[in-house]
Design a protein around this ligand. Structure first.
Ligand SMILES: [Zn+2]
Length: 293
């Protein structure tokens, strides 16, 4: 489970607004939905913009609150890592659950790619795919291979999630068609979530290799703590950093070296390691694929 980016005070204030205006807002949204439907029924190809369901004066504020999360709920990329700007995604679809159209916990930040893949998921009667903010332990559902950093599902919910979102979660690069402004086609390369995970794996492997010969306990402790600080739920790619660091043989050997050099400092790092392992999607003891020493 990952925590939301907004504070509880912010949420409380939002909920007061939502409770006060719920009837009006649901009516507003339902009218928008019906308008779209009748346009579709009449064969219209141009519909109202997707943002029309948000009252204009509330749009920026709502975006501001959702943007506190700063990363895509599904692939954990930030917009500048190829995910484009973050969109507001309704976990329970607004078409089926108009009463949840503005419910804060139902509004997830999602990158364009994940939101597009997620689009068709109905989530009728609850959840068809994982909601990273709901599940206590994502490790029960998803597995990250340390060999090729691909994600796979291990529970039914995890399997459906990877099946539905795999087009975003397990893609390294894709081409998207953009216009050249003159009616011609231009293809732009999009770096996927898998590309980002591969990049982190390379970086972790290279960095750890360069730390192998460090024998000064103070320096070693700083390095290990600094690496573990990358595993932060408020930062991008938390699960990847945790999986690649906390199960890594070279990393664990460095922790052992520190314990031998300075037991006190070693224990501090072990405590931190335990805490950061929570976000790993790789089972303990599975250290294949990382450089053995
Ligand atoms: Zn995403």
């Amino acid at each position: 489970m990952i925590p939301r980016g907004y504070s509880s005070a912010e949420k409380a204030e939002y909920e007061v607004w939502w409770a006060k205006n719920q009837d009006m807002l649901v009516t507003h949204f339902t009218a928008y939905r019906n308008r779209q439907q009748s346009k579709r029924d009449q064969g219209a190809t141009v519909l109202d913009g997707p943002d029309q369901w948000i009252p204009r004066n509330k749009r920026a504020e709502l975006r501001g609150i959702i943007a506190r999360d700063a990363k895509c709920a599904y692939c954990e990329r930030t917009p500048n890592e190829g995910g484009g700007y973050l969109e507001i995604e309704h976990f329970l679809p607004k078409e089926t659950y108009p009463d949840k159209v503005f419910e804060l916990d139902n509004l997830l930040p999602a990158c364009k790619q994940c939101n597009t893949c997620k689009g068709a998921v109905t989530n009728r009667g609850g959840s068809e795919i994982l909601n990273p903010y709901w599940e206590e332990t994502l490790q029960a559902h998803l597995l990250m291979s340390l060999e090729d950093v691909r994600l796979s599902g291990i529970s039914d919910l995890g399997k459906t999630t990877v099946a539905k979102l795999g087009g975003s979660l397990n893609v390294a690069k894709s081409l998207t068609r953009t216009g050249d402004g003159n009616g011609g086609n231009v293809f732009e390369e999009i770096r996927g979530a898998l590309f980002q995970r591969q990049k982190i794996k390379k970086q972790v492997t290279r960095d750890l290799e360069s730390y192998r010969h460090i024998n000064q306990p103070g320096a070693l402790k700083d390095i290990l703590c600094n690496l573990l600080s990358r595993v932060s739920p408020s930062e991008p790619m938390t699960a990847t950093w945790s999986s690649l660091l906390t199960q890594n043989t070279v990393f664990l050997n460095l922790v052992q070296k520190l314990r031998d050099l300075d037991a006190g400092a070693g224990e501090k790092v072990v405590e931190l390691l335990e805490e950061k392992s929570f976000y790993s999607l790789c089972p303990r003891g599975d250290q294949k694929g990382m450089g053995h020493s």
